[in-house]
Design a protein around this ligand. Structure first.
Ligand SMILES: Cc1cc2nc3c(=O)[nH]c(=O)nc-3n(C[C@H](O)[C@H](O)[C@H](O)COP(=O)(O)O)c2cc1C
Length: 364
């Protein structure tokens, strides 16, 4: 058994993380006009730079990829320049930062697309809500992507990954989780295509694998991670009965691409870890590099799973929202600030950059 702790450094491909605690991707709907990262984003992420690795809020690979109001992109020169300010601020504090790249697919609304339908594997509604026009609204019925549009989707991930490196990110995470486009393709409940991207497990996995291969080819497999959520009902996903063979296959293919980490949301995203039976160890066994686990962890559970060899890194979401010095608080078993649910999505600095660090509390 190794003597590694949550608080010791970790080599992730070509970069070294100061510890094994990762800030999970967290959408905050505060983008500035032009869908640039918020004017407060550099401060927000720099405050949290003691995380071993920060994964940004989900960031659009194209205009078509947007599903909520005020989420940032990485497909214009202005967005690249604005993200550069963020990555510089994090690096100045000694942190590391990956960009999470997403295409929302059917989790979207016509008002974000000039009245046009969102795109999806099939013309099947998500039966969930999105946030648009300053309120929650039903997602709009999507249209099915034509087969000849798919190469363009793959290329949008590739070019956004190139933009991420140009913006100074240490790498990117492909968002294959939580019911967004790549996850929609994986699922029988969302994908009834009859072309090479639907039907068998191999076919449903094809888009995620092609996107990941394109991103890794562009920026290097050692700077490419992928997030999946095998049994999460997030984003209107209706879990079927083939998650285990589906994700066993997906992970074998991802492993063959040599990507640097596999990020697994265990259970229902933000909900119970045991929502459905699933053998995560089977995924770990199929993946030769870093296994990043998320969902409902506290220090004790992360330490237990690290000691048992179940994961290498642990991502924390809600803890990092309310605690800029989350790592220090875990390390010293200090109490955590409570989360203000009313400031999660939208707004400005309140509930974003004004959560106090321990030092602020002591000074006060
Ligand atoms: C406000 C909020 C925004 C989130 N945004 C994203 C996102 O952009 N991308 C993503 O993959 N997951 C997102 N998630 C899910 C988190 O990354 C994480 O999986 C979840 O909070 C469970 O981890 P925790 O128990 O440590 O909070 C979000 C969660 C919350 C609470």
């Amino acid at each position: 058994m190794s003597d590694a702790t949550l608080f010791s450094p970790y080599a992730l491909g070509p970069i070294t993380l100061a510890n094994r605690i990762v800030m999970a991707p967290l959408t905050r709907n505060r983008a500035a006009p032009g869908l640039l990262p918020s004017e407060h984003a550099a401060e927000y992420y720099a405050q949290r730079a003691s995380a071993g690795l920060i994964i940004t809020e989900a960031t659009q690979v194209s205009k078509q990829a947007q599903g909520y109001q005020d989420t940032p992109g990485l497909y214009t020169p202005e967005q690249v320049a604005a993200w550069r300010v963020v990555t510089d601020a994090v690096h100045t504090k000694g942190g590391r930062i990956f960009a999470q790249l997403w295409h929302v697919g059917r989790i979207s609304h016509v008002d974000l697309h000039g009245g046009e339908a969102p795109v999806a594997p099939s013309a099947l509604p998500a039966n969930t809500k999105t946030f648009v026009n300053n309120g929650f609204a039903d997602t709009s019925p999507p249209r099915a992507l034509e087969t000849d549009e798919i190469a363009g989707i793959v290329d949008s991930f590739r070019s956004a990954a190139a933009n991420a490196i140009a913006a100074g990110f240490d790498g990117v995470e492909v968002h294959g989780a939580n019911g967004y486009l790549l996850d929609q393709f994986l699922r029988e409940s969302a994908n009834i295509r009859t072309d090479a991207y639907g039907g068998s497990i191999e076919n449903r996995a094809r888009l995620l694998i092609e996107v990941t291969a394109a991103v890794a080819g562009e920026i290097g497999a050692d700077r490419t991670g992928v997030r999946i959520s095998p049994v999460s009902p997030a984003g209107g996903i209706v879990p079927g009965d083939d998650e285990q063979p589906l994700f066993d296959h997906v992970v074998e293919r991802l492993d063959a691409l040599g990507i640097v980490y596999l990020h697994v949301v265990e259970g229902a995203t933000g909900g119970p870890r045991d929502v459905a039976p699933f053998d995560y160890a089977a995924l770990r066994a199929r993946f030769g590099r870093t296994f990043l686990a998320n969902n409902g962890f506290d220090r004790a559970l992360a330490e237990q799973q690290l000691a048992a060899g179940k994961a290498d890194l642990f991502a924390f979401g809600r803890g990092f929202i309310a605690n800029p010095d989350f790592v220090e608080r875990l390390k010293t078993d200090a109490p955590l600030n409570p989360l203000d649910p009313t400031t999660l999505y939208g707004g400005g600095a309140k509930g974003y950059t004004d959560y106090p660090a321990l030092a602020d509390t002591v000074d006060a």
